[in-house]
Design a protein around this ligand. Structure first.
Ligand code: HAM
Length: 458
């Protein structure tokens, strides 16, 4: 078999999915740790919901007409296919009815389902929940857009009496995001926000928009012609260059907001001003999911920040009617999801461009191990492993080489991964010492093994 034949025989990762590997995964972990730390400071706790749910959840929650539900979900019929053991009386047990399941394309609907299912509203408390996990959408893969991607998200929801509707909640979530992005070292982020009003405001505006579109839709692209009929609001976030002039001239939702929605939005903006969080109101920002009401927002980065043609690092907003749409009690809420893959691309692009002057905080860099233990001769392998066990138990990070390596090879291997090389030869083993070289200073000394952990921590 030729090499080419062999290669075509190899099973590869599915299109649009990726393997994440060291050392990059260390960056993922540090970013997740930073997010958890920031969320904890704001009183959030973690929720983990299943990666698949009943398809109906997304059809009802996210909306049948959205791109996500109408064309991007991974859905299958699930049922008990294996025939059961015949029951007494010779009747075959009833098979489980097939039901439709879907890999979650997003996590807000799942969190609200869990809120309803576990009756979290009965405590009367505001729920502040965060999640970190994979989501699945059958989109056309490109840089920054994958079929399995990760989101870091939060949801704040509860009964009205818990203050869940207050504009303070919106501003706090946005201020937390600004803090998180700053502490991650993301530069040049831009917060764009808008109000899409209550569901009545949206209905009223939807009708106005449909009428306005009726006169101009024939001059628009096919996608927008379809949206003009099925979901006119979606026309507003079309990126089709040829349609931009027409879209900019359409009626603005701000002019159709009811008094409550208008006052709510103004209070959010005033609270952001008070916290010193910069923002830009974007009247066309309506977002692609049907559950949004009132405040909607995105954080974007400028072109050339590493995201290819995408520029949304994260998106979110209020969903004051979602719980009722899913059969639950009234539970207004607000949340967001950061595209973690995109966040990493942006941080890596900043590194690449700025090299050693990259502004990233110290914690974001891959740390070298404390020590690499180099046994001299295979007879020293066991002693090296025993010494590594002691040091690791003392909290140090240690790699063990191999006694068959020549000294030069051990030095090269150690220099790549560790701050110190610990040489263990016949003499060192006999005297319970070790020869330590510190790569940063070039200093080399013999250290009693009892003092080794302290010496290596320097
Ligand atoms: P979304 O705007 O659909 O909102 O997604 C949020 C973020 O996930 C996007 O801004 C993007 O960074 C990332 N993202 C989406 N699709 C992909 C993809 N195919 N590949 C890579 N990254 C992607 C939601 O999902 C809402 N559940 C957010 C929310 C939470 N709203 C309220 N609470």
């Amino acid at each position: 078999m030729s090499t080419q034949q062999k290669q075509s025989n190899v099973v590869k990762a599915v299109r649009g999915t990726r393997d994440l590997m060291p050392p990059e995964t260390a960056l993922w972990n540090r970013i997740e740790a930073k997010a958890r730390e920031v969320f904890a400071r704001y009183g959030f706790g973690e929720i983990r919901t299943p990666v698949f749910e009943a398809t109906e959840l997304f059809a009802r929650g996210v909306g049948e007409e959205t791109d996500i539900v109408s064309k991007e979900m991974y859905t299958w019929e699930d049922g008990d296919r294996a025939p059961r053991e015949p029951q007494a009386g010779g009747l075959e047990a009833r098979r489980e009815k097939p039901h439709s399941l879907t890999l979650r394309p997003e996590n807000t609907a799942g969190v609200v389902r869990a809120y309803i299912e576990h009756k979290l509203g009965e405590s009367g408390q505001l729920q502040k929940l965060y999640y970190i996990g994979p989501q699945f959408r059958r989109e056309r893969p490109q840089r920054g857009r994958y079929r399995q991607f990760w989101q870091i998200g939060v949801e704040v929801l509860g009964p009205v009496s818990s203050g869940s509707e207050s504009p303070v909640r919106d501003a706090e979530v946005l201020e937390m995001l600004a803090t998180l992005l700053d502490e991650l070292g993301v530069k040049n982020w831009r917060l764009e926000l808008n109000s899409v009003g209550s569901s009545e405001d949206r209905r009223r505006y939807g009708a106005v928009l449909r009428e306005a579109l009726a006169g101009v839709k024939d001059r628009m692209c096919e996608d927008n012609r379809r949206r003009a009929e099925t979901n006119p609001l979606r026309v507003l976030d079309s990126k089709e260059p040829a349609d931009q002039e027409i879209i900019n001239a359409l009626p603005k939702i701000a002019d159709y907001l009811g008094e409550d929605s208008r006052a709510h939005f103004e209070a959010v903006l005033a609270a952001l001003d008070a916290c010193g969080v910069p923002y830009a109101v974007n009247p066309r920002l309506v977002r692609g999911l049907d559950y949004y009401t009132r405040t909607t927002f995105e954080f974007t980065v400028p072109d050339g920040s590493g995201l290819g043609t995408q520029n949304a690092l994260l998106g979110g907003g209020r969903y004051d009617g979602l719980s009722e749409m899913l059969g639950g009690p009234k539970a207004p809420g607000i949340g967001f999801a950061i595209g973690e893959d995109r966040l990493i691309l942006v941080l890596q692009e900043q590194d690449g461009r700025e090299g050693v002057n990259a502004p990233h905080p110290e914690w974001m860099w891959a740390q070298k191990l404390d020590a690499y233990i180099a046994p001299m001769g295979v007879e020293r392998n066991a002693a090296a492993l025993a010494l590594a066990r002691e040091l690791r138990r003392a909290g140090l990070s240690v790699e063990v080489g191999n006694g068959s390596f020549r000294l030069k090879k051990s030095f090269e291997a150690a220099d790549r991964v560790a701050r110190h090389i610990v040489i263990l030869g016949e003499d060192e083993v006999a005297t319970s010492t070790a020869t330590v070289k510190t790569f940063a200073t070039g200093e080399q000394t013999k250290v009693p093994q009892v003092d080794l952990a302290a010496h290596l921590q320097q």
